[in-house]
Design a protein around this ligand. Structure first.
Ligand code: HEM
Length: 403
């Protein structure tokens, strides 16, 4: 039976629930009319991210391209074309000095916003964090943006993420935001190329606008716009984790005490990424007839790597439903186990190039929240697992903020 409707109804619980009633190395289902095979665990990560097994391009549904990813970007490439484009994005996003500069820019933008939050009013942290993150990433990426333009840009970036897995008004809002913001960025890219738009040397905008492919050709302006959005959009999306960090501090306030220690703040950030739901799974297609632990996976099958399920698998984590940052203290995290932003090697595969940036930003939000005093007024804090992406329904309302 096709499970598309079950996925829409059950969201994050859909794939993990299939495992609950099944003991083999894979779960089998049908999605969007095709046979689909679910995998999880560190060995499955290696198997899935081997491009002799799985191609990604053929598994991207149109509604996801039209909102979350755009067309022609790094997510839709395979093989050599992917490696070449990914090298550019890794270079723009992941070097430690770039991550540090982004975290510093975030701290500055937070300090600018804070006076407006203090006092006896209230804020919705999800919305405000989105604006602060957007302002920080636009400045860092060399995208010219006046202060008052940050809020509408944040709303558009968040809409592209919020609308990818639903059919209703949220989806149409995400499509519209993408069309408009791609057009805006095409103009900026062309402006940088013609010298009419100034952007610092080495900024993400400058690097992407002036990049040349292996064949010496620049990126098409539309593709360059998609790649600039690939930097702006997911950084603004750290607003989801900001809301989750505030949720965790509200439920387990004892963690506030140790967030002044950098190592603890990073462990807290990793536990937020493990514990709370964001990306449910990543999908690809078998490029040939495959066998996984004796299970045949015919050519063309849809493969689903169960990220959310793996981050909550008892055999890997012991007590997966306990929020315990300590599990990440005193030793490196095995990147094959913790997969909220994909698995495998980010240089050669599709794993997120923004993991260091995400960890730093969550750690920064958590440490700053712990320095403030505030109340969490009565509100709907439930996190519906049937909604993708989910968050506390209220967006985390904070009131009476004081330093
Ligand atoms: C909210 C925090 C974030 C989450 C939950 C997240 C999650 C993910 C996931 C699940 C993937 C797909 C992995 C795969 O297909 O195997 C991905 C890819 C990607 N992420 Fe992130 N990410 C986040 C933050 C960031 C940041 C801060 C950046 C850049 C500044 C970024 C840039 C990208 C790019 C460009 C890709 C595509 C990589 C490729 O296809 O090779 N992400 N991310």
């Amino acid at each position: 039976m096709d499970s598309t409707l079950a996925l829409a109804a059950e969201g994050y619980a859909w794939l993990p629930d299939r495992w609950r009633t099944h003991t083999g190395p894979v779960v089998r289902t049908r999605l969007l009319g095709h046979p689909a095979v679910g995998l999880r665990g560190p060995e499955a990560v290696r198997f899935f991210y081997d491009d002799r097994h799985v191609a990604r391009r053929a598994a991207l549904p149109e509604p996801v391209m039209a909102t979350l990813f755009g067309r022609g970007g790094v997510q839709s490439l395979d093989g050599e074309a992917h490696r070449e484009r990914k090298a550019l994005l890794m270079d723009v996003v992941s070097p430690p000095e770039r991550v540090e500069a982004l975290a510093e820019g975030f701290a500055a933008a937070w300090e600018e916003a804070l006076p407006g939050w203090l006092g006896d009013g209230r804020i919705v942290l999800f919305d405000e964090a989105g604006v602060v993150l957007t302002l920080a990433v636009a400045r860092w990426a060399g995208v010219p943006l006046a202060g008052h333009e940050a809020r509408p840009l944040a709303a558009d970036l968040l809409a592209m993420v919020d609308g990818f897995a639903t059919a209703g008004p949220r989806h149409w809002r995400g499509r519209k935001a993408r069309v408009e913001r791609e057009a805006w960025l095409v103009e900026l890219v062309e402006g940088v190329r013609s010298g009419e738009v100034e952007t610092p040397r080495g900024s993400a905008l400058e690097r992407i606008a002036t990049h040349r492919n292996a064949d010496g050709e620049p990126l098409e302006p539309h593709v360059a716009a998609v790649e600039v959005l690939n930097v702006l959009r997911p950084t603004a999306a750290v607003a989801w984790y900001a809301a989750f960090a505030a949720h965790a501090l509200h439920r387990w306030p004892r963690h506030r005490e140790r967030l002044g220690e950098a190592a603890y703040a990073y462990a807290f950030a990793d536990e937020v990424r493990r514990f709370y739901p964001f990306a449910p799974f990543v999908a690809g297609r078998a490029v040939t007839d495959l066998t996984w632990h004796g299970e045949p996976i015919p050519y063309g099958s849809l493969l689903l790597l169960d990220l959310y399920g793996q981050n909550h698998e008892r055999a890997l984590w012991g007590d997966p439903y306990i929020f315990r940052p300590d599990r990440f203290l005193g030793g490196g995290v095995d990147p094959r186990l913790l997969v909220p932003q994909g698995g495998g090697d980010p240089e050669s595969g599709h794993r997120c190039p923004g993991e260091s940036a995400t960890r730093s930003l969550i750690a920064a939000v958590a440490a700053r929240l712990a320095e403030l005093s505030y109340a969490v007024p009565s509100q709907d804090l439930t996190i519906p697992l049937g909604r993708i992406p989910t968050r506390p329904r209220s967006g985390m309302v904070l009131s009476n903020l004081a330093r």
